[in-house]
Design a protein around this ligand. Structure first.
Ligand SMILES: Cc1cc2nc3c(=O)[nH]c(=O)nc-3n(C[C@H](O)[C@H](O)[C@H](O)COP(=O)(O)OP(=O)(O)OC[C@H]3O[C@@H](n4cnc5c(N)ncnc54)[C@H](O)[C@@H]3O)c2cc1C
Length: 467
């Protein structure tokens, strides 16, 4: 490998000696495991992987990358859909060993390091009956997730994850370790709430917590996919009236061979309505009742359950190593033509591909648009065409399907996008996700904190001089 040759043994040794964590090289036994990311569609072969133990290690790794001219990939939980957290021939600054979590139950705050996963933070906060909006799949990392925005089951009541960020410790491209909050480096703090990993490596996150559960009313109800249009029309009206406590989504899927679904339905098209009520269990049951009353459900799993169980409900359906691509945006409205298109593409979905229509609004829309870098808060629904293949080499037709779905839905879409659901779609799509005004503000931040674009393996905000 060219870069490795350029690096040389002595240079690497010096780097390793300054690292408290582990340095993994291509010849090391653990290399293949250490280089793996969640999305099996990406198979990067980094020259080195710096498994950082603390902020000093991150600083050391950034300095090394700069001095050796290495391309940088930053890894939290490793769930980047476009594979940004790996790289061919460069350095992975891997925060996954950084797992410290502190919960201040009285002050309703938690501090978590950059390698923490949602399963880990949820477990720690739920010990105190507290939580912050986290991912639908609990193996996802808090780091990339929060920096891009953070869409999860508590969002309509408690906001996006980034809305609950109080401060962050950041190692900048020039090796400074700084705090960003409303009081310190507030310009950077604005950019970290939606602007992704563009401005530095966040080694620790401080979140506001809220009382949640520990038991909540939540879960899915599934209907025959042939009824998708009828169910989506119902869902449109239901969502418009739903209380903020209820976050829900419509899931157009092919039934997996899961024990919670009757065997005769395995492999057939289903539409699931899934929700979580962040409030009183009985009120939750009442609020979710209409979802269960559409007649002849294939399976109805809505009921009281521990919040941590809800957070892990679909983990098994999203195992590490499956190949995935997403084509996503926001629906201006869930109009009849959009519903007809969604139903048609659902029937044609290849592999394990599925469509999510997630209800937005509530607390998300109450945060003024300009308060954070997050792209777009006003849309009623998020659309996510998830191309998924469990077969090696099977992703291409799924990607084609997701792109066609998006293209046909375009008249009903806002044109914006959520950066954590984007594929590697280029500058125009990144700009459109933020809008020109926010993009210009992000670019000014980039000029200030990362003018050489060291951190470019992300939904990249270009420094103003770059093309
Ligand atoms: C199975 C699955 C389920 C998902 N579910 C949801 C969901 O419910 N809601 C939602 O909003 N999103 C969801 N996503 C998308 C998810 O938010 C992004 O993939 C996110 O980037 C994952 O964060 P990570 O730390 O695991 O990713 P990584 O791959 O580790 O990082 C992704 C990018 O984030 C940046 N980054 C990571 N760590 C740091 C850091 N410490 N400092 C600075 N930059 C950093 C880097 O640019 C990096 O390339 C899901 C993704 C998957 C694969």
């Amino acid at each position: 490998m060219a870069t490795q040759g350029v690096l040389g043994a002595a240079t690497l040794k010096e780097f390793e000696e300054g690292l408290s964590g582990e340095l993994v090289r291509p010849a090391d036994a653990g290399y293949d495991e250490a280089r793996q990311v969640w999305n099996g569609a990406h198979d990067g072969r980094p020259a080195v992987i710096a498994r950082c133990a603390d902020a000093a290690d991150v600083r050391h790794a950034i300095g090394f990358a700069r001095s050796e001219g290495l391309e940088v990939a930053v890894r939290g939980g490793g769930h980047s859909i476009p594979g940004f957290s790996t790289v061919d021939g460069g350095i992975v600054i891997d925060l996954s060993p950084m797992k410290a979590i502190e919960v201040d139950a009285g002050g309703r705050r938690a501090t978590a390091e950059g390698g923490v996963l949602w399963s880990e933070l949820d477990a720690a906060t739920q010990e105190h009956g507290l939580a912050v909006t986290g991912g639908l799949v609990s193996t996802t990392g808090i780091a990339g997730f929060t920096l891009g925005g953070g869409i999860g089951w508590l969002m309509r009541k408690h906001g996006l994850t980034c809305d609950n960020l109080r401060s962050a410790q950041v190692v900048t491209a020039d090796g400074r370790v700084i705090t960003a909050s409303a009081a310190q480096n507030s310009d950077l703090f604005w950019g970290l709430r939606g602007g992704g990993g563009n401005f530095g490596v966040v080694t620790s996150f401080e979140f506001d917590l809220h009382p949640v559960g520990p038991t909540v009313t939540a879960g899915p109800v599934f209907y025959d996919g042939a009824r998708a249009e009828e169910v989506l029309r119902f869902y449109r009206g239901f969502a418009a009236e739903a209380p903020d406590e209820l976050t829900s989504l419509a899931n157009l899927l092919t039934a997996p061979p899961a024990p919670f679904l009757p065997e005769e339905w395995h492999g057939k098209k289903l539409i699931g309505l899934i929700g979580c009520y962040a409030g009183d269990v009985e009120q939750g049951a009442e609020a979710m009742r209409p979802l269960r009353e559409l007649g002849e459900p294939v399976a109805d799993l809505i009921g009281p359950m521990p919040y941590v169980q809800m957070q892990q409900l679909i983990d098994a359906l999203w195992p590490r190593g499956i190949q995935t691509y997403m084509k996503a945006g926001y629906l201006r409205e869930l109009d009849d033509p959009a519903i007809a298109t969604l139903a048609r593409f659902h029937q044609e979905a290849p592999g394990a591909s599925e469509i999510h229509v997630q209800h937005f609004g509530g607390a998300i829309a109450r945060v003024p648009e300009g308060d954070t870098a997050y792209g777009e808060r006003g849309a009623p629904f998020v659309l996510n065409g998830c191309a998924i293949s469990h077969e090696p080499g099977g992703l291409a037709p799924c990607v084609e399907w997701a792109r066609s779905l998006y293209a046909e839905l375009e008249p009903s879409l806002t044109g914006g996008g959520y950066v954590n659901f984007l594929a590697a779609e280029g500058q125009d799509r990144v700009r459109a996700s933020y809008g020109e005004e926010k993009y210009a503000r992000l670019q000014a931040l980039k000029d200030r904190y990362d003018p050489t674009n060291l951190f470019h393996r992300n939904q990249n905000v270009l420094p103003s001089g770059a093309r």
